[in-house]
Design a protein around this ligand. Structure first.
Ligand code: GMT
Length: 376
């Protein structure tokens, strides 16, 4: 198949899923064309079957806002024609699904019937997409996609609740390429370089936006380290970084936290980890939690959105109500205080993550592509 993939090329979950999917398809011999404004950060291998097309937005003094959708849809038309693409798979509705609709209409005029698959990822529905400023256009673009997928049952429900959707929605969960996860025995995984022998290592990975409730991460860690010697690894950059740095300083625990910034090797950083914290206000799925579990790390999370589809209460970690940092800290201590218990939770986390392996999930995307191409 010849597939165009449109996504945000950044560290966010939707871009990561789109890039991993494209690389996996190329490894299976499909021709993949990434169309976006920058090379995706997770694009880490070169192959005959992977192409990258940059969307360039010309600056012009008249524009207060650069018309990215226009440049993107023009680029989609150009690439579809040049490489005879059959499918445009757009990740994150805003503005990708809208731009794909425009490209589809332009291509129709040229006698080309390009199929559009839209994958909804979360905030494009729950936070941004349903805002009155965008809702009409998002609803229109979803209804005019040839196929629509969501990354969890929870996001499907939210989409049907927040929009008037006429299309069937397929749920295809996020996935993990286990080949990219080094085991704890890997020589590069030297825990002693960041923590003492008796210390537990706790991790949080996010874009540090308000929806992630990073202040709760610090609060939970503060409560844990009072009982269990531990270090916190914070991976990611975002608007709340400064605030939580001050919070940690005020609490006197700044020296127990390592701020590591953005990383495209989260899989490698997670090999140090004993416990992962994800106290988000909402998560459509929680790819970061799944990545942690794939690295044998139990998860303390909230019970919002799609997190219960990934993290199993009392088995792979625990789920608490949003903001209940006492409960999250209590559960974290329960896991961390016993070596035996921690090992059991680690095994359970890995086993649960295996359900979301690339091998298990990729066929579902291929099915969707086949369905859209044969039209049944
Ligand atoms: O907020 C983020 O984590 C980034 C965002 C994105 O679209 O890049 O993530 C969303 O998509 C991920 C991949 O499908 C999901 O795993 C995340 O749960 C989802 N984030 C939210 O719903 C807040």
């Amino acid at each position: 198949m010849k597939i165009g993939i449109v996504c945000y090329p950044t560290f966010g979950g939707s871009g990561v899923v789109a890039t991993e999917l494209g690389m996996a398809l190329a490894q299976k011999g499909h021709h993949v064309h990434f169309i976006t404004y920058k090379q995706p950060v997770r694009l880490d291998f070169i192959s005959n079957d992977i192409h990258f097309h940059e969307v360039f937005v010309e600056e012009y003094p008249l524009f207060q806002f650069q018309p990215y959708e226009l440049a993107l849809s023009s680029k989609m038309v150009e690439v579809v024609q040049m490489y005879n693409l059959e499918i445009l798979h757009v990740h994150y509705a805003i503005p990708h699904a809208y731009a794909a609709y425009m490209a589809k209409q332009m291509l129709k005029e040229k006698g080309i019937d390009i199929k559009v698959v839209t994958t909804l990822h979360g905030t494009d529905i729950t936070l941004v997409g349903s805002h009155p400023n965008y809702k009409t256009a998002v609803e229109f673009s979803i209804n005019n996609s040839d196929v629509v997928t969501t990354v969890s049952e929870s996001l499907k429900k939210d989409t049907l609740r927040l929009f008037n959707i006429r299309k069937e929605i397929h749920v295809i969960h996020n996935f993990i390429d286990f080949e990219k996860y080094p085991q704890i025995e890997a020589p590069e995984c030297q825990r002693s370089s960041i923590a003492k022998e008796n210390e537990r290592i706790i991790t949080h990975v996010s874009n540090l936006r308000p929806v992630k409730r990073a202040a709760d991460v610090i609060d939970i860690f503060y409560k844990i380290q009072k009982k269990i010697p531990s270090k916190l690894l914070l991976v990611g950059e975002g608007p709340d970084r400064e605030h939580i740095e001050c919070q940690a300083k005020d609490l006197g625990i700044l020296d127990k936290i390592l701020f590591l910034g953005n990383s495209n090797e989260v899989n490698k950083l997670l090999c140090y980890s004993d416990l992962f914290l994800l106290p988000s206000e909402t998560e459509s799925f929680g790819l970061a939690a799944l990545e942690a579990m794939a690295a044998r790390t139990p998860v303390i999370s909230t019970n919002s959105g799609g997190l219960p589809e990934v993290n199993i209460n009392g088995v792979t970690g625990f789920l608490s109500n949003v903001g209940d940092t006492d409960d999250m800290a209590k559960n974290a201590i329960y896991i961390l205080e016993s070596d035996e218990r921690l090992q059991q939770f680690k095994e359970n986390a890995l086993n649960q993550a295996k359900q979301f392996s690339l091998q298990n999930v990729l066929p579902a995307y291929k099915e969707v592509y086949k369905e859209v191409l044969v039209g049944c």
